[in-house]
Design a protein around this ligand. Structure first.
Ligand SMILES: Cc1cc2nc3c(=O)[nH]c(=O)nc-3n(C[C@H](O)[C@H](O)[C@H](O)COP(=O)(O)OP(=O)(O)OC[C@H]3O[C@@H](n4cnc5c(N)ncnc54)[C@H](O)[C@@H]3O)c2cc1C
Length: 382
């Protein structure tokens, strides 16, 4: 599957399409290109495919269903269950690359994509001084590319332990500790529950904006399916429908410090804050095991200063504060990025991006669909 160097095209051959990134988005694009008769070479900076998934915390399972998370041309095996574990996602992605006999070159980080001078395509600059030319390139370097740690005043001199959630693997190192988790997205919510179950002495959860919480599945009906059905409906309609549904399925946690949000579920999702799928947070908050507190404003010596003026002194702060896409140095000079979000907003002929939205219908599902669209567009151009 892998070799040390991208094989350059011989003079009589058409250069391959290069796919930057060997995660699910890149692998799906490569498989679809191959299915459309286009040679694709995946360039992956780490030493194996699925690098992001290998680095996720131990407890993680997909919150989208197995059936709705499969990539083109190979379903996720039934034996992996409905909610696929992290290790099985990795197994699936390894198998996926092998099954489709994808050309994956590992240890190659693409640092910049430029237009070819003669306008015929693209030049990729990569580690080791490589320059690769191609008629088309697919950028699939990941939505969760660069951990984002807010520049909190005083954080540099904080005397406790401060880490980003991307460095969290499991609860063992925090057993018996007082831990503050910052941010209540899916990752922060799940880490808080994991810490409690793993023996942390106290877990607080710093919340800036009350999240929308949904059941991962209700009477067997997955939240993801509702997301798929609602995706094309008007935002305001979905916002309105979500209110009674939320009240029916999720108890009011206001008295426990987690009020119902006052912004629409779909409006928030469109801005990138998808709802939190409950994997234990509701029960943990109701039982007082996870304590919601105000947002973090600053650090001061051994203390964390919250936005309501409270000072707390946890042993460890875990910042589940998201990621940036880190696309500026790669494609920022091509004027394809939204200056506000840093995510792709326009396409250019022969330059395709996948995996830079976070839809309520599930990212894996959307990347699978993107892969087919990209492959058709490339095949048509060729
Ligand atoms: C904790 C967590 C849970 C998630 N759960 C779900 C879920 O349940 N369902 C769902 O649909 N989605 C989920 N997602 C979202 C999404 O499906 C995953 O993040 C998925 O891995 C995205 O795939 P990707 O290929 O776009 O990016 P990644 O998996 O991040 O892959 C990008 C790859 O590109 C490589 N790379 C990066 N930069 C370069 C470069 N310059 N040159 C070469 N290689 C490079 C990286 O090493 C990596 O291997 C989850 C995300 C996270 C963070």
């Amino acid at each position: 599957m892998t070799d040390a160097n991208p094989t350059p095209a011989r003079s009589h051959e058409r250069p391959p399409v290069y796919v930057i990134g060997g995660g699910p988005g890149g692998l799906a694009a490569a498989a679809s290109l191959k299915a459309h008769g286009v040679r694709a070479v995946v360039l992956e900076k780490s030493d194996r495919v699925a690098a992001s998934w290998r680095a996720h915390y131990d407890r993680l399972h997909l919150h989208t269903t197995r059936r709705l998370s499969s990539l083109p041309g190979l379903p996720i095996p039934r034996r992996f269950g409905r909610w696929v574990s992290r290790d099985n996602v990795v197994r699936y992605l390894e198998k996926y690359a092998e099954y489709h006999d994808l050309e994956v070159v590992t240890g190659v980080e693409v640092t910049r994509v430029d237009r070819a001078e003669d306008g015929s395509g693209w030049i990729l600059r990569a580690t080791g001084g490589r320059e690769l030319s191609c008629a088309a390139v697919v950028v699939a370097t990941g939505y969760n590319h660069t951990p984002r740690l807010p520049d909190w005043p005083g954080s540099a001199t904080y005397t406790g332990t401060l880490l980003h959630a991307s460095a969290y693997r499991g609860p063992a190192p925090y057993a018996g500790q007082d831990v503050l988790v910052v941010g209540v997205g899916n990752t922060g919510a799940e880490i808080a529950v994991d810490l409690i179950e793993g023996g942390a002495a106290r877990v607080r959860l710093a919340v800036r904006t009350a999240p929308h919480i949904v059941r991962r599945s209700t009477l067997g009906w997955p939240a993801q399916l509702t997301g798929i059905l609602c995706r094309r409906l008007p935002v305001r309609l979905v916002d309105r429908l979500a209110v009674p549904l939320g009240r029916l399925s999720v108890p009011d946690l206001t008295e426990h410090g987690l009020p119902r949000p006052d912004t629409g579920l779909y409006s928030r999702a469109r801005e990138g804050s998808i709802p939190v799928q409950d994997v234990g947070l509701i029960d943990a908050v109701r039982a007082g095991k996870v304590e919601p507190v105000a947002a973090v404003d600053a650090f001061d010596g051994d203390a964390v200063v919250l936005s309501d003026g409270t000072r707390v002194t946890p042993d460890t702060v875990i910042a589940a504060t998201g990621y940036s896409q880190g696309l500026e140095s790669l494609v920022g000079h091509l004027d394809v990025l939204d200056p506000r979000t840093g995510r792709p907003r326009t396409a250019l002929p022969g330059l395709y991006c996948t995996g830079y939205t976070n839809p309520i219908s599930g990212m894996l599902r959307e990347m699978a669909r993107d892969a087919d669209r990209i492959a058709k567009a490339v095949a048509k151009r060729a």
